[in-house]
Design a protein around this ligand. Structure first.
Ligand code: ADP
Length: 259
């Protein structure tokens, strides 16, 4: 116990008097290690597409490739650049949320927002899924609109990403005196219970290859968690492998106008 809590001792002797200073650096150590892990993760995530990109650049420079292969290589290079751009974009979103002042009580018109999310889901799905929208009760959210949009849009994008063709995705917005809930339910691949507590960690993915192939960055749910907790909201996840998942953002009555 003492080893864990009292991590630093500084003993001074001055004028016949011993001074023992004890400082708890456990928290500092933990933050340092989290920062190191984060930097290592970011470097690793960016190194992979960069390695592929520089490999293709070398090939194009050294070998006399025909027009068709050149087009193919350029297409693959384009995919890797898009991937890096998405990672950097998500990192910037995370850092802007982290450094932003607490969200003000801006009224977010939820009828318009859920309607837009519904249309976005249809555009992302491009006819591969059936998309439903359910609403219940009246009321809007109070908070930072851009943060709430990026949280909800991430849940919608994941449902589309992890639901095979032919599946169903249901968006719902419900307001009651107990608060409000925005939820996305899918009939997708589902998640084994052991992964659920770690889903909001940066770069945590159940299946790295699948996430990457589907255009994921591993940062979406970290963005969701940060945006929600800044609005005193929580993320509730229920899922069954092979059957589907439900991600629900739950807001307290203090964040809802008109209840
Ligand atoms: P990613 O960019 O990889 O989707 P997220 O942070 O958004 O990263 O999600 C973390 C992981 O949680 C995903 O890689 C995936 O394994 C899992 N996940 C998220 N949403 C769903 C979902 N609707 N169905 C199944 N798995 C999901």
């Amino acid at each position: 116990y003492f080893e864990r809590v009292l991590s630093l001792y500084l003993i001074l002797y001055a004028e016949d008097c011993w001074l023992l200073q004890v400082k708890d650096i456990t928290q500092t150590d933990r933050l340092d290690s989290m920062r190191r892990d984060f930097v290592a993760n970011v470097s690793h995530e960016l190194r992979t597409p960069l390695t592929v990109l520089s490999g293709f650049v070398e090939t194009l420079q050294e070998i006399d490739v025909d027009a068709e292969s050149r087009k193919h290589y350029l297409q693959l290079m384009g995919q890797q650049s898009t991937r890096m751009l998405s990672i950097v974009q998500d990192l910037l979103t995370l850092s802007s949320i982290e450094s932003a002042p607490p969200p003000q009580d801006e009224v977010v018109d939820m009828a318009t927002l859920v309607d837009k999310l519904h249309r976005d889901a249809e555009a992302l799905s491009a006819g591969r899924h059936t998309i439903h929208l359910e609403t219940e009760g009246q009321g809007d959210l109070l908070g930072a609109e851009s943060e709430l949009i990026s949280a909800f849009a991430n849940l919608v994008a994941n449902a589309v990403r992890y639901t095979p063709n032919g599946g169903t995705i249901t968006l719902s917005w419900k307001v009651s005196p107990a608060g409000a809930e925005f939820a996305v339910q899918d009939t997708g691949i589902g998640i084994d219970a052991k992964h659920i507590p770690r889903l909001t960690e940066r770069f945590y993915r159940v299946d790295r290859g699948r996430s990457r192939d589907a255009g994921g960055t591993g940062l979406g749910l970290a963005i969701v968690k940060h945006s929600l907790s800044r609005h005193q909201a929580t993320l509730e996840v229920t899922s069954k492998p092979g059957e589907g998942s439900r991600f629900a953002a739950k807001f307290p009555p203090s964040r809802v106008s008109g209840v």
